[in-house]
Design a protein around this ligand. Sequence first.
Ligand code: C2E
Ligand code: CA
Ligand code: CA
Ligand code: CA
Length: 277
Amino acid sequence: AKTSGQSVHRFFAADMSVGVAERLRLESDLRWALQRNELVLHYQPQVDIASGRIIGFESLLRWRHPELGMLMPDSFIPLAEESRLILPIGTWVMEEACRQNRAWQHEGLPPLVVAVNLSAVQFHEHDIVSIVARTLAASGLEPCWLELEITEGVVMQEPERVIRVLQELRDLGVRLSIDDFGTGYSSLSYLKRFPIDKIKIDKSFVRDLDRSAGDAAIVRMVIAIAGELEHKVIAEGVETEAQLEFLRQHNCLEYQGYLCSQAVPADKVSHLLGRGS
Ligand code: C2E
Ligand code: CA
Ligand code: CA
Ligand code: CA
């Protein structure tokens, strides 16, 4: 009860314009959002820094609320987690991302990795391995084109069990990344044992890269650790050429951020690829 109280608080703090009545209403509306086809995925490019080529997309959930308009995930994911609606919603996100990626392949787009965010609730309360296996089989997508993003918080809760589950997911052939790296409490001794492919540097360290020596040092350190552990590394929240230049000079391989594009609807993806950024 204590943790759910805290996330209610976070919910209010995240969006003060949402009042109590509205919140209750959102929670009951969310129960219908899936059936009514109101949920939609947008896709944000991930760019290979050396070539400037888009090599993948992160799927980001949006809710087209019939009266309130387009809602961003921070205003409803916490609600979905408390009510456990994140379980069916999270499964839908995975199915939709795989279906969409397969559809792009059929259209003849270059092969792309699509990343999906996993909530801690999905990871701990669902049989995530069999859901991923079933989703891949049903979509016909080769596992190597699906990436699962897991936050540090998830991996540190029960590291031994999590390492086993990550290994099983890895055995399916999907890619795994640690999201928001540096904002949680992961211990480096565990990081070494996580069977992951990629570390995502949190955007809070990228934002002030050119002004803060501390943030610059953290980013350099994460890139170095990733290199030592033979993980790929991607920086999030890249908005300026100066940030990109810093990353290039310090051998960060990939980036994601408004400098390339914000997340766009699926039908805008082929345009982004064609533009050859
Ligand atoms: P995240 O996974 O860290 O996703 C990155 C967030 O940063 C996205 O916000 C994205 O739009 C935003 N962003 C991207 N580039 C930039 C930039 O250059 N500057 C700045 N300031 N922001 C940038 P969004 O779409 O509002 O998503 C917020 C969070 O909601 C995500 O953070 C993720 O934790 C969660 N989320 C989104 N989709 C899903 C989902 O399908 N399932 C789950 N469980 N969580 C999701
Ligand atoms: Ca993410
Ligand atoms: Ca992130
Ligand atoms: Ca985040």
